[in-house]
Each structure stands twice: as structure tokens, then as C-alpha cells.
Design a protein around this ligand. Structure first.
Ligand SMILES: Cc1cc2nc3c(=O)[nH]c(=O)nc-3n(C[C@H](O)[C@H](O)[C@H](O)COP(=O)(O)O)c2cc1C
Length: 332
């Protein structure tokens, strides 16, 4: 299998897991790594939150060995806070620090952070320089950007060049504008244009839903690595599928019972890691259960049940009932 070096980490040239706040937490990242994600990035962390000693922000920086190579992602818009946040994040020993210049949510954008930085490339450059300086060679700094603020202001190439000049060791391009949020098509031509324009590795992101999409993104953009977000919902096997597609090998999708066992494992991992009561932690697990149950024949009623799960025992019962129901459907 081919390998590629991204921000000092030599990894199989398959697919990385995208950072996803409130979704790709420790349990999720561990499962995706187990199924072949070649690297991971943590959920975005507020630089200010870290500087003010927020417990929640610090918790987002915890890394377990099996998640590595793993980057920690910072967002902010003030160089002093970013520098101090780097000093606070380094003890967690991230394999790289990623700067978020793509988040579209108003809470982040209204602070001039996330994708708002696509509108202020000089400030983005200042932030990158400040973070690289503060990291002081202890770990590489990368950036995750969009292709522009809106369709009238596509500035991916100029922006990426600035990031490279300011010291970015790799550049992830989520090929949408801010105003697209997560809808509309990702414009992979912009990933190709960035790849042509910079020397550092380029990671392509947006709209990979299957192995064939990953093969096509590599071929059409020349990117060094691809990154997958939403297609991994309830489907950590997407990384195995991509590895098979790249190797030209057939991929045998796991059967429903195996998928549901993995769902139960995922729920156990969430419960084991949570400091909340089982009932509260199950609220976080529900969306994952729903995702694992997507697309199964006759599963609509079971999906509805996943939205009310209050305990692990209820999740186990749901799986038993579904398998019983599916078995009956298949019986002659
Ligand atoms: C629920 C959710 C949370 C996200 N959180 C982050 C984040 O914390 N940092 C970040 O850089 N991007 C975040 N993203 C964007 C993804 O990393 C990725 O760029 C986007 O989903 C496009 O890739 P996809 O089409 O493979 O899903 C998030 C996306 C989703 C759907």
C-alpha cells in the first residue's frame, strides 16, 4: 500500500477521518481508526476557552494512543489567544495542530473565526504565523479551509498560498464556500487548483460517499490524501471500502448482524467514556444508533425506537428484536 507523509506523519494513502464537533469524539475516532482511517483530528476547540481554563475545552484535547496520528484543532481570531492556546495544547502532545478556517456556524463566524477568516486572509496569515511561532517546532501546524466565503468570492488558491508561506505544513480543502454550509456540491476543481499552487501536501475533502468517490477525488484533483466526514456516520467501514477501492480489490460489506454488533460496541464505548449517567449518555448515543440503522429493510420502526433509547439494555433489546424481525422477513 502506498504511503504519504502529512505534517511529519507517514500514513497509508487511504482516507483520513474529518473533524466533526459533537460527532467524531474519542469513541468515534477509535472506531474509525480500527476500520482503517489513516489519521484523525479532534473536534474544534476554542482558543479562548482553553486560555480561560474551560474544562470542556481541555477535555476535547485528550488523545488516546490508538487515535494517533491525531491532530488537535483550534479556532479563534486573536493571535495572542491562539499563541497561549498553543502553549496549553502542546502538553497533550498532538501529532499536529490544525487551524480551523472553515467552520460556518454563526457562533464561530461572528467572532471573526472559522470560515470568516476566508474573508480576512491577512488576519488568517497572522494567526498561522503566530501559531507556528508558538509551536516552535514542537509539532507541525496545518490548516483546514473552505474555498471562499461565497460563490462571488472564491479565493482558495490565494488563501492556500498565504497559508503555505506563513508556515502551514499541510492544507485541507473542504471544497465548499461558507454560504453553502454543508449542502450543494463540493467543487473538486478548487482542490486541484490548490494542489497545483502549493508544495505542501493537500488533503481533499467534501462529498466522498463511497470507495469509488475516493478513487475519483485522487484522480481528478491529484490531492495527497482524502478526508471523509459524514459518510462515516454509522459506517466506519467506509475506510475499509476506500482502501479496497484504491487497491482495486472487492469490498465485502459486513452483514446486518455484524453492523449491529458494532453499533452496540460503539454505544458501550460512549457509555464507558462518559462521566454522565447512563440515561444522559444514551442521549448522545441515540443519533449513532439511528445512523447504524439507516437503510435496512423494514427498519423504520426500529429507527424510531432508537430515538428513545435510555439504556444499554434497551439498545441490546432493539438489536435482538430487529434481528428477529429481519429473520422472520427472510423466512420463506
Ligand atoms: C456535524 C459536523 C461537525 C463538524 N465539525 C467540524 C469541526 O469541528 N472542525 C472542522 O474543521 N470541520 C468540521 N466539520 C466539517 C467536516 O470536517 C467536513 O469538512 C465536511 O463535513 C465535509 O466533508 P464530508 O462531505 O465528507 O462530510 C463538521 C461537519 C459536520 C457535519
Amino acid at each position: 500500500m502506498k504511503t504519504v507523509t502529512i505534517a511529519g506523519q507517514q500514513v497509508p494513502q487511504t482516507a483520513a477521518l474529518a473533524p466533526m464537533a459533537s460527532v467524531a469524539d474519542t469513541s468515534y475516532r477509535l472506531l474509525c481508526r480500527k476500520h482503517g482511517a489513516c489519521m484523525t483530528t479532534g473536534e474544534l476547540v476554542s482558543a479562548k476557552g482553553l486560555c480561560y481554563g474551560s474544562k470542556g475545552s481541555a477535555e476535547l484535547c485528550r488523545i488516546t494512543p490508538e487515535e494517533r496520528p491525531m491532530g488537535l484543532q483550534l479556532f479563534g481570531s486573536e493571535p495572542e489567544f491562539m499563541e497561549e492556546a498553543v502553549r496549553r495544547i502542546l502538553p497533550f502532545q498532538p501529532d499536529f495542530i490544525d487551524l480551523n478556517m472553515g467552520c460556518p456556524v454563526p457562533k464561530v463566524v461572528n467572532q471573526g473565526a472559522g470560515s470568516a477568516l476566508m474573508k480576512t486572509p491577512e488576519l488568517a496569515e497572522t494567526l498561522m504565523k503566530a501559531v507556528v511561532r508558538a509551536a516552535d517546532g514542537a509539532c507541525p501546524v496545518t490548516v483546514k479551509m473552505r474555498i471562499g466565503w461565497d460563490e462571488q468570492h472564491i479565493n482558495a488558491v490565494d488563501f492556500a498560498k498565504r497559508m503555505e508561506a506563513a508556515g502551514a505544513a499541510a492544507i485541507t480543502v473542504h471544497a465548499r464556500t461558507r454560504t453553502q454550509f454543508y449542502s450543494g456540491r463540493a467543487d473538486w476543481n478548487q482542490i486541484a487548483a490548490v494542489k497545483q499552487a502549493v508544495q505542501v501536501p493537500v488533503i481533499g475533502n467534501g462529498d466522498i460517499t463511497c470507495g469509488a468517490d475516493a478513487v475519483r477525488m485522487y484522480a481528478e484533483t491529484g490531492c495527497d490524501l482524502v478526508m471523509v466526514g459524514r459518510a462515516s456516520y454509522g459506517n466506519p467501514w467506509i475506510f475499509e471500502e476506500i482502501a479496497c477501492a484504491l487497491a482495486g480489490e472487492p469490498f465485502a460489506a459486513p452483514a446486518i448482524p455484524a453492523r449491529l454488533q458494532e453499533m452496540l460496541l460503539h454505544i458501550r464505548m460512549i457509555l464507558e467514556r462518559s462521566e454522565k449517567s447512563e440515561q444522559l449518555a444514551m442521549r448522545e448515543a441515540r443519533k449513532h444508533a439511528l445512523w447504524y440503522l439507516r437503510g435496512y429493510p423494514g427498519a423504520a420502526a426500529f429507527r424510531a425506537r432508537s430515538a428513545t433509547l435510555n439504556s444499554y439494555a434497551e439498545a441490546e433489546a432493539l438489536v435482538q428484536d430487529y434481528l428477529h424481525h429481519a429473520g422472520r422477513r427472510e423466512a420463506p
